[in-house]
Design a protein around this ligand. Sequence first.
Ligand code: GUN
Ligand code: ZN
Length: 443
Amino acid sequence: MTSPRSNPATVLRGPMVYLVDDPFLTDPASAFVHEPDGVVICRDGLIEAAGPYDALRDGIPADAAIHHYPDGLICPGFIDTHVHYVQTGIIGAFGRQLLDWLNEYTFVAEQAFADPAYAATVAGIFCDELLRNGTTSALVFAAVYPQSVDALFEEAGRRNMRLIAGKVMMDRNAPAALLDTAQSAYDDSLALLERWHGRDRLLYAITPRFAATSTPAQLEAAGALWRAHPDAFVHTHISENMGEIDWVRRLFPERAGYLDIYDHYGLVGRRTMLAHGVHLTEAEFGCCHERAAAIAHCPTSNLFLGSGLFRIDAAKDPARPVHVGLGSDIGAGTSFSLLATAGEAYKVAQLNGFALDAVRALFLATLGGARALGLDDRIGTIRAGHEADLVVLDPRATPLLAFRTERARSIEEILFVLMTLGDDRAVRATYVAGRIAHARDGA
Ligand code: GUN
Ligand code: ZN
């Protein structure tokens, strides 16, 4: 007999894949788990038990709702480590390179988020799109306006998502309507942090846009805020594009390099997420490793803006590995799908002479992202005690996927084909904290 509890359990059964360790640093065969007939028992938002169905069948509570996906693939929910919700409306803007694209499209679009009603509408669309793509957690740039952050946290909180976000700080080199000051950015960020950090599953990120749009005084303020609240996150951009790097060097001639600017102001450490890092030097990778700072690899964005080819193999060099997650970087990125993003990461790596296999790519989209964010004690894998954020993939989602999957010789090949051909159509269901949050085919 099961003991009486507040909420009935939700049970998922089906083939299951997940990572328990970093396959860039350990034997992929021991880091990767494939359970051909697995079961996950979820209760009160957490995974109560997970493993082979045969081993756990007798422990399945009598009151449980059982969702059986014999043709699916149960994975940890995907983690998008860099995305701009306020750029959802400019995906695919013909922007040429980064700085033109920022001026012509981005800085125009973000001004609309001064309006809380507009922000709420886009925030809802954004959260739904994450879930439709199997993304259960994200680290998100809002706009400069505090109300744009409130709108996103309201929508993410309503869906009970583990989501991290922050108000953009920028006090120079952007239209006047988008500028704050060092002091107002500090005050507004602090107020938001106190309102949202740790409420429900929401967390706050101190978010200076990039070195070019913050004065030294503002970076100083950002560092002071982090020192006062060291359990918050820091989220910014770095070394994405050659023109940007030249400009930043001219703005901070006294600093040794791009990363040294952030480091000087105390912004590089655990829970720092640096988006892109396409052109980081070996010394800068070494500094990221020492500080345990992370990089968000955003391949669709880097290809779209012609920014360059991120060296995943160099970043993950076992001699001084750097934490790396995958980022969609919407709206410079072109897909919300981390399956599609992983597929593009493979192609970018190929152009650097490195073949990124499906197991390593799945790691980047799940446990790797969780480790990069310092949240791997809660999300990123399928383990008792972890939060029950799960996605059910469909390797036969389209006629072509079905045709191709029939010919796959291994689970790794099925996963690789999903990354090559898959997108939101391949997401059959998404579970957030043990509750169904998206069902592709309806209830
Ligand atoms: N660097 C500074 N701001 C941005 C942005 O909004 N998108 C990208 N891709 N890079 C940036
Ligand atoms: Zn970005």
